[in-house]
Design a protein around this ligand. Structure first.
Ligand SMILES: Cc1ncc(COP(=O)(O)O)c(C=O)c1O
Length: 426
């Protein structure tokens, strides 16, 4: 039996005032979005540590924590709780994500993570006989495994190209050329990662989209090469909207650089008719078709959004994360992230025992900074740095590297502290 909350989540109750589309500004009266100290003060992070691993599974700022708490208390008090204001809370989330991305709310599927989003895409994209898939050697498990499963199910060939040999020497032209050369006449899916979590290299998605647009000229709609992007290490760190990127699908968790609630994510797409739903949705169209004994019609982002009951206290707190980042300003966030990354790279580059893997140029990187330390396993370096109150992480790749993430929760003094701590790793 569907209760009021499920119906609201599904967008089935209409005619009630929608939740305010403009999500409330962060409640903390002391929050001054132009002051980086005030931004940092919105987090409950241990002040004793310089936190360069926040992007791994983001801590949430005060307004997001407060929204989670309010929704959780509401749900605990009444399982039929819905946020004040009525309307569909999921639609409010889509609208907030759409404003942030410069997109339409109807183009956005809601997920629990980047991995779920990519799984929905690579399980749901309908391939015709003979169509193939192009990816690279540098992507994360979520892409490679998703494509392996796609190949096992459909028999489609998956080819991998190498975008660079030495990441520190990566070049935009060479990356674009590698994808161009890898494209075949029947390539239907081009699966890329915006910022490589193995190296910190930022891939020129826009330039690759332009190459694909050229290759797609004259192709039938069902033969068009679709550019699918794992955007998680760019989303919330860079300022690009979907129009800037030019891709067909962008999958991202909102629990990394966006500092949103854990267990949340989105997929934006502009070719949803190419994707079959994998998990039944709780959309209005799905319920209406089910009630009438029919099928829901053309595929949409909402139909691809997995149904079922969720950790709604987290999903419904997503708008506060978008509002928090927008209050600071997407360009300022990007600038701060990259400025600090450049400062860190400049400091590390001069050390004889450190080999920087991430390109120095902000054009080819974002907030991830990866390096190796001579004669030391990355995990040992992480442990030693932790002893110096500098929190870092290890890349989950083979071979793995020591990895830093500069962000809105780090400051120049902490970058200098990290540089000094790495200096001491000789
Ligand atoms: C490139 C990349 N994609 C996806 C993920 C997983 O993200 P999520 O937890 O949102 O699935 C990671 C790291 O965890 C990653 O580095």
């Amino acid at each position: 039996m569907l209760n009021r909350r499920a119906l609201l989540g599904a967008g089935l109750l209409t005619g009630v005032a929608a939740c305010t589309a403009d999500t409330p500004a962060p409640k903390n009266a002391a929050f001054a979005p132009y002051d980086w100290t005030s931004v940092r003060a919105q987090f409950a992070l241990d002040p004793a540590y310089a936190q360069f691993a926040a992007f791994v599974l983001a801590p949430a700022p005060a307004p997001v924590r407060e929204a989670i708490r309010a929704h959780r208390d509401g749900l605990d008090a009444d399982p039929e709780y819905t946020p004040a204001g009525g309307g569909s809370p999921d639609q409010t989330v889509r609208e907030a994500a759409a404003r942030y991305l410069g997109a339409e709310p109807g183009a956005i599927a809601l997920t629990d993570s980047t991995t779920m989003g990519l799984g929905l895409l690579y399980s749901g994209l309908v391939l015709r006989p003979g169509q193939d898939v192009l990816t690279t050697e540098h992507d994360f498990l979520a892409t490679h495994e998703g494509l392996r499963l796609l190949a096992a199910r459909t028999g489609a060939k998956v080819r991998r190209v190498r975008l660079y040999d030495d990441p520190a020497g990566a070049s935009a032209d060479r990356m674009v050329a590698a994808v161009k050369e890898g494209l075949g006449p029947r390539t239907r899916v081009v699966a890329l990662t915006w910022v490589h979590s193995s190296t910190g290299v930022r891939v020129p998605i826009r330039a690759i989209a332009d190459v694909l647009a050229e290759a797609n000229r004259g192709r039938a709609e069902h033969d068009r090469a679709l550019l699918c992007v794992d955007g998680v290490h760019g989303f919330g760190a860079m300022a690009d909207g979907v129009a800037d990127l030019g891709c067909d699908f962008l999958a991202s968790g909102t629990h990394k650089w966006l500092f949103g609630p854990r267990g949340t994510g989105i997929v934006w797409g502009r070719a949803w008719d190419a994707v079959a739903p994998i998990v039944p949705s709780f959309s209005q169209a799905a319920f209406a078709a089910w009630h009438n004994g029919g099928t829901p019609g053309p595929n949409t982002a909402e139909l691809v959004t997995p149904g079922g009951y969720k950790a709604f206290e987290h999903r419904w707190a997503m708008p506060q994360a978008f509002a928090f980042m927008s209050a600071i300003g997407k360009d300022r966030v990007r600038g701060r992230t990259q400025e600090l990354a450049t400062r860190l790279k400049d400091g590390l580059a001069g050390m004889p025992h450190v080999r920087l893997a991430t390109p120095r140029s902000p054009e080819l990187s974002a907030g991830l900074v990866c390096c190796s330390v001579a004669g030391m396993q990355p995990a040992e370096a992480v442990g030693r740095l932790h002893g110096q109150k500098v929190v870092t992480s290890v890349t989950p790749y083979n071979p793995s590297l020591l990895r830093f993430g500069t962000s809105i929760v780090t400051n120049p003094e902490q970058v200098d502290q990290a540089i000094k701590a790495v200096e001491g790793l000789r």
